[in-house]
Design a binder for this molecule. Structure first.
Ligand SMILES: *Cc1c(COP(=O)(O)O)cnc(C)c1O
Length: 393
């Protein structure tokens, strides 16, 4: 008989009752060091007091009122994002896939209004992940996620990751935009190089394309910059954000320059829940913390400390681990053993991680990580790798 909850996920056999900082607790009192953070969502850890207070306070005054009306907290959050980024305007939604969908609609309408409706195709790269709606599985291009959902939404041309010549060769008179994650998350923590990102920006400018970045996973401080593209010193025309921006409250946003954003005129796009007062109160509270002086420096410092510890670990356990990649607190352990075997062993030893493509275990801890958490994580990793190495021997 089918379970009451539709069985679309492979779930681990555990449920959590509460969370505090970098830890999750089961009802029977087991404690887990959370290096998954709900897949980079609980960016400030669990039950951060500032976020809890903001949500409580908002819950007692107004939950929802609709975008038929002005929502002051939405205007405030949009203005703060505009001040802190390349963007001139922000559309709020509820998830990563919706933020991508907004950007894809913007891309088509931008060229339509410019008198070039034939320009609707978007170049994406292999290994990408952009969400699970019909358009975003087409953009991602993963055969696994497309299986059984034909016909595939038209308008995406996929090229190999990191190869600028292939991107340029794929540009046709129908090309409208380039869509890419600055660091692939789901695909296995593959950072795009600075040269590649700069090359994409240059190609977009040369051919009149919009550069559309998916920072759903790597954005909002995860890499030690507010947004990952800042490392390459480029700016996109459009950027999708979600996951960490709500710190655990479901929320997404599509940010854009004035040139791109003006394509979405009144009535051309919308959502019932996007930018509702509860989400906006939490989103503003997340920004309060992330934009505090020294916060991103601390993410970079603790990320470097963790990275160094992981490099040592790889050197000690060559039969288990092949390498570390990533930036800030978006790190991936490339495994020699099955990544799921390491993940299961870490779980047994009280640490949560997330699997990714290319046989990688993702480490996406809360950004409020301390030295003690890093030491604890490295110890659990060391013990788990030692046990796996012994088993393999
Ligand atoms: C998670 C993710 C998405 C999809 O976000 P949802 O909120 O699950 O719709 C899109 N792009 C990237 C890079 C992601 O990591």
């Amino acid at each position: 008989m089918i379970p009451a909850v539709m069985p679309t996920y492979g779930r681990m056999d555990v449920a959590f009752e509460r969370g505090e900082g970098a830890y999750l607790y089961t009802a029977d009192g087991r404690r887990y060091l959370d290096f998954g953070a709900g897949i980079a969502v609980a960016s400030l850890g669990h039950c951060h007091p500032h976020l809890v207070a903001a949500l409580r306070q908002q819950a007692e005054s107004l939950w929802h009122c609709s975008n038929l009306y002005h929502i002051p907290e939405q205007q405030r959050l949009a203005q703060r994002l505009v001040n802190a980024t390349f963007a001139d305007s922000v559309f709020f939604c509820n998830s990563g896939a919706e933020a991508i969908e907004c950007g894809l609609k913007m891309v088509r309408r931008y060229h339509h209004l410019a008198g070039n409706p034939e320009r609707y195709r978007v170049i994406t790269v292999a290994g990408a992940f952009h969400g699970r709606t019909l358009s975003t599985i087409a953009a991602g291009g993963s055969p696994k996620y497309l299986d059984g959902f034909a016909p595939v939404v038209d308008g995406f041309d996929q090229v190999p990751f990191g190869n600028l010549n292939e991107v340029r060769a794929a540009i046709t008179p129908e090309t409208a935009a380039i869509l890419i994650e600055p660091i692939q998350g789901e695909g296995g923590i593959h950072p795009a190089t600075t040269d590649f990102l700069r090359g994409l920006r240059a190609a977009a400018d040369e051919f009149g394309l919009l550069l559309f970045l998916d920072e759903v996973q790597c954005g909002v401080g995860r890499t030690g910059r507010l947004f990952a593209h800042e490392w390459a010193e480029i700016t996109p025309d459009i950027m999708a954000v979600a996951k960490g921006i709500g710190g655990g409250f479901p929320m997404g946003a599509c940010l854009a320059t004035e040139t791109a954003a003006q394509a979405l005129t009144a009535g051309s796009h919308g959502t019932t829940f996007g930018g509702n007062p509860l989400a906006m109160a939490v989103g503003n509270a997340v920004l309060d913390v992330v934009l505090e002086d020294g916060f991103l420096e601390q993410v970079r410092a603790i990320g470097a400390e963790l990275h160094k510890g992981l490099d040592d670990l790889v050197a000690r356990h060559p039969g288990v681990l092949a390498g570390v990649r990533g930036t800030g607190l978006m790190l991936g352990l490339k495994c020699v053993v099955e990544n799921t075997a390491l993940l299961a062993r870490l779980f047994d030893n009280g640490m949560l991680t997330v699997p990714a493509g290319d046989n990688v275990v993702r480490l996406l801890p809360p950004l409020v990580l301390g030295d003690g958490h890093v030491r604890e994580a490295l110890e659990i990793l060391d013990n788990s790798c030692a046990a796996l190495a012994e088993k393999a021997a």
